[in-house]
Write a protein that binds this ligand. Structure first.
Ligand code: ZN
Ligand code: MN
Length: 489
């Protein structure tokens, strides 16, 4: 088998989280009766005039700044002309040119396995409008739903030659980009609803070859998993063709989630001629240096910066830090705990284990801005209090799990639960000695094994003592007492 290398360019469309459409006042929402969120402007009726959505422009500026782009201080809207029934005007308002899009020549960094980063260059970040949706009717024939037509859409395109060199990197790029959009609050990132759509173009070439291969574009990828699987599939499909002496054709292919394979949608005989020209109905956007700098200064700390900082300043592993930054509200919860004096590693361990599991099981959230889910009663104050009770030896780790479950269920304070239920760790020598004696007496053959040198059975006895004490015996003390009792007799 020949050694091929793969190159991936990424084109991502993100619907912006504005309340109204790009050039009219129709509301933006998902689903609903077809053609109920339309007006003469977004239906492209003659005589209407577009009015740009200020919020959408600000969202694209923020994203461009977060992606380290240069900003076009004067940025023009163009008409991209083509005929298709989902496009009521016969053109899509978009942005054309190398340095005209709101953002251009930026980059995004993706984490690498060793805890470092790799830079993926961004060619442009531009603003356009979404199209309607073609629907195949059960009665036969097709209909068009224009509810989505005119929804503000941002397009982010990576640079050429491609920096992405594997399906894993492509997926990581998308994970990072999506997370940045969520941190900025400009897109809801729902790939399954199509508010974030990714169209990678994929080519392979022999390792060492300087010329890039013919690329194919992949559509219908509705999850991170399908992005990765789809690129893997294309890589193999192209390699098989080249190995048999065939040629790759430039084409657009669809991804079939069920069969996990791609199928031909259309071949690109030649590049479409979209006859781009500046939209005469829309004045150029002219930005002000001071406004841009104010937006830049107001950007939140982004996930990758947090990921690096948690490792560098708080001593967390790349994996643990990655779990914490995966959601902005989760990272903010963690930081609130650290600000209250909570030990970063201990807090992180609780969050990524019991806490995450309980949130998952109950469908609760730590995100104060999520109206759809119930807020957790386990506030940062309570988690820090619990962590400190374990750290200073007031309760054992085993008891702490029970206490936390109760904090989570009732919102009671950890100290209160420990006091009212008498859950303090037992360090009373007599009590521990008694449990130790009982454990040994009840298991004479295992005690014998220890004396013959099988010291690993000590763990069994520690378990027995914990059981007798209902998890309250100080584990270090129990271990000591067991060692001397077993060894000494
Ligand atoms: Zn409208
Ligand atoms: Mn586009």
């Amino acid at each position: 088998m020949s050694a091929f290398v793969v190159s991936v360019g990424m084109e991502v469309h993100a619907e912006l989280l504005t309340s109204s459409k790009m050039f009219c006042r129709c509301p933006v929402a998902f689903g609903g009766e077809p053609n109920t969120r339309v007006c003469p402007v977004c239906l492209g009726l003659p005589g209407t005039l577009p009015v740009p959505n200020r919020k959408a422009i600000e969202f694209v500026l923020k994203t461009a700044l977060a992606l380290n782009c240069k900003i076009a201080m004067r940025s023009v809207f163009h008409r991209k002309n083509y005929f298709y029934p989902d496009l009521p005007k016969g053109y899509q308002v978009s942005q054309y040119g190398e340095t005209n899009p709101i953002g251009y020549h930026g980059w995004l960094e993706i984490p690498t396995r060793d805890g470092g980063t790799k830079r993926v260059r961004i060619r442009r970040v531009h603003l356009e409008e979404d199209t309607g949706k073609l629907m195949h009717l059960p009665s036969g024939g097709s209909g068009v739903d224009y509810n989505r037509a005119g929804v503000p859409l941002m397009e982010v395109v990576t640079d050429f030659p491609p920096d992405i060199e594997s399906p894993e990197e492509a997926k990581e790029y998308l994970v990072q980009l999506r997370n940045i959009l969520l941190y900025l609050g400009v897109c809801d990132g729902k790939m399954e609803e199509g508010s974030l759509r990714c169209e990678p173009n994929i080519s392979i070439r022999l390792a060492g070859a300087t010329e890039y291969g013919i690329k194919t574009e992949l559509k219908n990828l509705s999850s991170f998993r399908s992005v990765q699987l789809g690129i893997q599939f294309e890589e193999r499909r192209q390699a098989a063709i080249l190995e048999q002496g065939g040629a790759i054709h430039q084409e657009t292919r669809g991804w079939n989630e069920g069969t996990e394979s791609s199928f031909l949608m259309r071949t690109k005989e030649q590049e479409n001629d979209y006859r781009y020209f500046p939209d005469p109905d829309l004045v150029p956007m002219v930005f002000d240096e001071a406004n841009i700098e104010a937006l830049r200064a107001a950007l939140p700390e982004l996930p990758l910066a947090k990921w690096l900082r948690y490792q560098r300043d708080l001593g967390l592993s790349p994996y643990d830090a990655g779990l914490l930054v995966a959601e902005r509200a989760w990272a903010e919860y963690f930081e609130a705990c650290v600000a209250l004096g909570g030990d970063a590693k201990l807090v992180c361990n609780w969050m990524n284990s019991d806490f995450a599991r309980l949130l998952n099981e109950t469908g609760q959230t730590v995100d104060p801005n999520d109206p759809e889910r119930a807020q957790t009663a386990a506030t940062p104050e309570k988690l820090v209090e619990l962590v400190e009770l374990v750290a200073d030896g007031t309760i054992t780790g085993k008891v702490a799990k029970e206490v936390f479950a109760e904090v989570f269920a009732t919102g009671a304070s950890p100290k209160g639960i420990v006091a009212s239920k008498g859950l303090h760790a037992v360090r009373d020598d007599d009590a521990v000695q008694r449990w130790v004696r009982e454990a040994i007496e009840e298991n004479p053959e295992i005690a014998e094994k220890f004396r013959k040198g099988q010291t690993a059975v000590l763990g069994f006895f520690v378990g027995q003592v914990m059981k007798k004490s209902q998890g309250r015996a100080d584990a270090a003390l129990a271990r000591q007492a067991l060692e001397s009792a077993l060894g000494g007799s």
